[in-house]
Write a protein that binds this ligand. Structure first.
Ligand code: NAP
Length: 340
């Protein structure tokens, strides 16, 4: 495999640091590595595979033509809006973690196990990484869509504070000590807060609208009825999502479990007699999505409950982005077994 020159924009952030960890574990060969952040972090030293790299301030001159194969962005929407086109114009394929480009028609929104073919020739040179909660639900839902057709999806999320970056983690630490919240609207310690991102249309939050719209785009089902309630919970890392999925055609629950078990990147942990089901601490540090409590919803025909858990910093952000590059560079790659 050829050596790849890679830039990380937002290298000092929660996701940026995870990019480096996941890249270290990845079979990808990294040639030159460039680390960018704001002026606040310029000169900071970061280690990668035994070598030390200095963080540079991101500027309009950061991307020299032909210098990069890929640029991994995790520095927020405003930075991506301005700088992702500059990196793409310099010849890099950009994989952006923010929401800035996700719903553009000419920007593929990709979970590699589900729709890597969308990413092969991105018209703008930009590929968008979906919202963290959406990424993890795509794996079981794609298996259901392929097997039985999807008729409707209902999400309820239980999202960790790391999903809000460093300031979310600091707010849980502070409110656990009894200090007032500085970021979330209420003390996240001892509370579940049904409010992630801003309120938007019809009293939905933007996080809920992201899950609804991104699900339709990734699965190529633009008219799929989807609804969501997104909740921040007082845990540091690992998102859990309760999914209710209604299918077009009848299914057998055991057959569904078998389809999940062979789906790339999906692990079934479902043995209620042994109290076996996924919880966030089992998902943390892994790149796979864990599912359990898979059972028929008796309130509707052809309806299924799934409990779906993943490391939001890994599969919900950094690992998904690095896997996009792995799939593009190794077209035969089907499964992911590292990062346990
Ligand atoms: P974070 O911990 O707050 O890190 C933000 C990063 O962006 C830092 O490296 C920061 O550099 C850099 N940055 C900020 N302003 C900049 C500027 N003007 N120029 C260059 N760099 C700048 O946030 P995060 O959780 O890593 O999230 C980063 C992005 O990933 C966001 O768009 C977020 O929505 C997305 N994302 C996060 C998750 C998650 O679970 N956390 C999941 C999916 C997507 P300094 O250190 O110099 O300030």
């Amino acid at each position: 495999m050829k050596k790849l020159n890679i830039a990380i924009v937002g290298a000092t952030g929660v996701v940026g640091q995870a990019f480096l960890t996941v890249l270290e574990e990845s079979p990808l060969h990294v040639g030159r590595l460039y680390l960018f952040a704001s002026a606040r972090s310029a000169g900071k030293k970061i280690r990668f595979r035994g070598a030390e790299y200095a963080v540079e301030e991101l500027t309009a001159a950061s991307f020299r033509p032909g210098a990069l194969d890929y640029a991994l962005f995790s520095a927020g929407g405003a930075v991506a809006q301005t700088f992702a086109p500059l990196a793409a114009a310099a010849g890099a394929t950009v994989v952006d973690n923010s929401s800035a480009w996700r719903m553009h028609d000419d920007v593929p929104l990709v979970v590699p196990e589900v729709n890597i073919d969308d990413a092969r020739h991105p018209p703008r040179g930009i590929i968008a990484n979906p919202n963290c909660s959406t990424i993890q639900t795509m794996l079981p839902l794609k298996a259901l869509a392929d097997g039985y057709g999807l008729r409707r999806v209902v999400y309820t999320t239980y999202q960790a504070v790391s999903g809000a970056g460093a300031k979310g983690i600091r707010d849980l630490e502070a409110t656990l000590r009894g200090d007032p919240p500085a970021f979330f609207p209420y003390a996240i310690a001892q509370n579940c807060i049904p409010h992630i991102d801003r309120f938007a249309d019809d009293d939905y939050t933007k996080e809920e609208l992201k899950m609804i719209n991104e699900t339709r785009k990734i699965l190529h089902l633009p008219a799929l009825p989807v609804t969501a309630t997104c909740v921040r919970v007082p845990i540091f890392n690992g998102h859990s999502v309760a999914i209710v999925a209604e299918t077009e055609r009848p299914f057998d629950v055991q057959t569904v479990k078998q389809a999940f078990a062979v789906f790339p990147g999906l692990l079934v942990q479902d043995d209620v007699a042994a109290a076996k089901y996924p919880v966030a601490e089992q998902a943390n540090g892994r790149n796979e999505v864990l599912v359990g409590r898979i059972r028929r919803d008796f309130s509707q025909p052809n309806s299924l409950h799934i409990w779906c858990v993943a490391d939001n910093i890994r599969k919900g952000a950094a690992a998904n982005a690095v896997q996009i590059i792995e799939y593009l560079e190794q077209p035969t790659r089907k499964t992911h077994t590292y990062g346990t």
